[in-house]
Design a protein around this ligand. Sequence first.
Ligand code: SF4
Ligand code: SF4
Length: 347
Amino acid sequence: MLFRALKKEDLKRLYDLLAGSNMIVAPVQKGQDGNRAPIYAFEEVSGFGEIHLDYTSTKIPAKRFFMPFRETMADFRMDGKDWGKRVGFNIDRPFVFFGMHACDINALNKLDKVLLGSHYPMPYYAAKRNNMFIVGIDCRPQPYCFCRSMGSDTALHGFDLFLTDLGDHYFVEVLSDTAFNIIRQITTREPAESDHALYMKMVSDKNKQFTLQVNTTDLTKILDMEFQSDVWKQWGEKCFSCGTCANVCPTCYCYGVDESVEMDLSRARKTKFLYACNLIDFAEVAGGHNFRPESHTRLKYRYYHKHRGFVEAYEESLCVGCGRCGESCLAGITVPEVIASVRGEDI
Ligand code: SF4
Ligand code: SF4
């Protein structure tokens, strides 16, 4: 990895270079909530001035750009006597995430393990992932963040450039060849010892700002022991089975496939759509049997997938601790509270 120092006034030059032939997706402000706090979202931008690099967190993660809620997998047309099939990966130009936090970069790294690294890689995801350039940006811990507990508060890979705000300039981590070739077209300098010291002080100050923790020690073992615990029923009674938590989660990737045929049999379409394990029919199979008819069994499944099954498969949790699910849950169900209750601890 290379390190450079970039004056803040030269950041627009980086944007202009990247915007030349790419779609730029960046955090923008979309309004205010009831407490007059800004609401941010990842959107396609057309100018550097639209970007809010000082954003807190986006309500919806960036996944809608590489794992859309609904996506056509294949189109079929009756061509004479035969069906003609067209498969597209639904990407028309490369895109750049300009200002992604470490937790969301780590979410992509986790998705890569499943969607690129498994026996059956997902070509629709791979096409977008392979045409993606990521500029990371450091963040300020929010009261709902517990990424530090999940080891996702810093990103060591999965980005091209990473910017850390050091006052009048950025400390820049250059990870990929593409990033190196871009950064050499911009005026930067070798970081001085004083920049290193400033960077380490900034990291140390940031670490003191985390207020929320999740105790993950022996968590897989404890989940195994507490599989029949009544706490799951208590949380299940609160849960509305609305699926919002999966919708806003940067690492939830479960999906269903829908096939539809025109009445005159001239066309057909296969569509992939994201689904949520809390929804009532998630585990319903042909014939109508539902393997998880109660809300607590579905909620429990979500936690066991994130914090038990994924750890067994990949030696890391499928949760990055972004806190989005707890912030969006109308029932007030948060990961730190659920985990603490399973452990018999107070939060
Ligand atoms: S945990 Fe909350 S957000 Fe998730 S399904 Fe239940 S009520 Fe909805
Ligand atoms: S489970 Fe919740 S806290 Fe964890 S990554 Fe998903 S949205 Fe973020």
